[in-house]
Design a protein. Sequence first.
Length: 163
Amino acid sequence: MTEQSTFRLKPSLRRYAVDALWSGTLASLASGAVLAWRGRAENASAAAPLNAPAHWFFGDESLRQDEVSWKHTATGLVTHHMSSVFWAALHQLLLARHRRVTPARVAGDAVAVTAIAAVVDLKLVPRRLTPGFERRLSRPSLAGVYVGFAAGLALGACARMRR
């Protein structure tokens, strides 16, 4: 008989990945809810800012799409979610540097990561790699999206801490 091998992450790496996925998902949901809410208020379309992240793949066509579609909305949501998990992984790295993790540190690091994400998203990357929703929403609404993102990161990390 041959021994069947399976791929297993070390417990600490596995926990890190699960924590990043958990908090990234909450950050994606919270900021996505703000995107839809503000899109409905400003563009009469909740889907418009959710479609926008698909512009890295489909070009400006996604920036003009107001209706829900598999092509634009699904791609936009997946892109937004993957980006959220990426930033959540950075948040988890920052949390790992603390000897003692408290809710205040979680929130402070969530705000720091969100600020970094906003600068990278809106100022540093080429236009094609921006989130795109900044072209569908006003600055105050955009700020709300990033506040929702920080809140989701913090809530997700705090929920995992309680485990």
